[in-house]
Design a protein around this ligand. Structure first.
Ligand code: UT7
Length: 325
């Protein structure tokens, strides 16, 4: 059976210049480098400069992905951008990227599923490609979470960072078997009864302010491990695969302990997990494409290998995708 597959053809990322080491927080809140490292695995993160916008990070990542794929923006039909920290309430940050890339054709829009945003954007882009609405899509995750931190709250301010990653997907013919390259299976979930575990305490229709991030970390941690393991299992089963088949897991980079426990539940050794949380912190929707791009740049991920990506965040919203690189 001939099917259309959404196949990755290029990745790129961008991290703001300013690197903030854990020790910098010791002067701001009651914390230590040791606590941050041991509880989260984070050692440093990047923060955007004053006036540097989410779209600026996204544009840089998109240009790097175009270069990596060896194509130009006129060969892209659509941009799907995952963010919870857009430049403005509207228009979408995706249309700002579209304009900056010099695209007057196609369409661009944002997806908002917080830390699960890139998984949701991938699934959306896959559907657009499989249904024949676009041949090549730029999928971006871009965030400036440093803009929504409460700098007096030690339980959240030490965890997040800024950055952007991009992945270009292209429609290619497949056989329908799991030996095809491209996206093989997707599994998305959300449960809004958990809204109060991770949220921003402001917004357009409620306070007319941006608000700052609030999180019940321990609760989110418990949900993260069980839900990521369950949807990881589910997506592998949908693809007709087991953990033995997976070459690389590219998880959302929130906490090294969550990554380790989830890997353990899925029966995957840490040697097969891509970990960047130590250098990026939690960059929400940008974390997976950032990790993907860094791993590709290092030559870690090779064409033909099987990848599992999974993410969870505010909503709660979570999801997983299996693809062959
Ligand atoms: O990306 C979206 C999804 N988000 C996540 O996946 C985050 C999930 N949660 C986590 O990663 C972890 O729960 C945290 C890293 C946020 C916290 O780690 P934890 O091991 O769950 O710590 P905890 O919240 O149970 O706090 C332990 C102690 C508390 O003190 P007491 O009550 O035991 O005296 C906290 O007040 O650590 C204290 N604490 C800190 N101490 C030093 C909390 N934050 C800090 C800090 N420095 N920055």
């Amino acid at each position: 059976m001939s099917v259309i597959r959404a196949v990755p053809i290029g990745t790129g990322h961008y991290l703001p210049e300013r690197i903030v080491e854990n020790v910098e927080f010791e002067a701001k809140v009651d914390t230590t480098d040791e606590w941050i490292r041991s509880r989260s695995g984070i050692e440093r993160r990047h923060f955007a400069a004053e006036g540097e916008l989410t779209s600026d990070l996204a544009i840089a990542a998109a240009n790097n992905a175009l270069k990596n794929a060896g194509i130009t923006a006129d060969q892209i039909d659509a941009i799907v951008l995952a963010t919870s920290t857009p430049d403005q309430t509207f228009p979408s940050t995706a249309t700002k990227v579209q304009a900056a890339l010099g695209m007057r054709h196609g369409f661009a829009f944002d997806v908002q599923a917080v830390c699960a945003g890139f998984a949701y954007a991938l699934v959306t882009a896959n559907s657009l490609i499989v249904s024949g609405q676009a041949k090549r899509i730029m999928v971006i995750g871009a965030e400036t979470f440093s803009r929504i931190m409460d700098w007096t709250d030690r339980t959240t301010s030490v965890l997040f960072g800024d950055g952007a990653g991009a992945l270009i997907l292209e429609a290619q013919d497949g056989t329908g078997a799991n030996t095809d390259r491209g996206i093989l299976a997707c599994d998305l979930h959300s449960d809004g009864t958990y809204n109060d575990l991770l949220y921003v305490d402001g917004g357009v229709s409620s306070t007319q302010t941006t608000g700052v991030l609030r999180m019940q970390g321990q609760e989110v941690f418990k949900h993260a491990v069980s839900k990521l393991a369950a949807c990881g299992e589910a997506v592998m089963e949908k693809a007709g695969l087991t953990s033995d088949d997976i070459n690389w897991v590219v998880p959302h980079q929130a906490n090294l302990r969550i990554i380790k426990r989830t890997a353990q539940k899925l029966g995957l050794p840490m040697e097969r997990i891509v970990v960047t949380v130590q250098d990026h912190g939690n960059t929400s929707a940008a974390s997976i494409p950032l990790a993907l791009s860094v791993a590709c740049q290092k030559g870690t991920i090779k064409q033909g290998e099987l990848l599992l990506t999974e993410a969870i965040g505010g909503g709660l919203a979570w999801g997983a995708v299996v693809l062959r690189w």
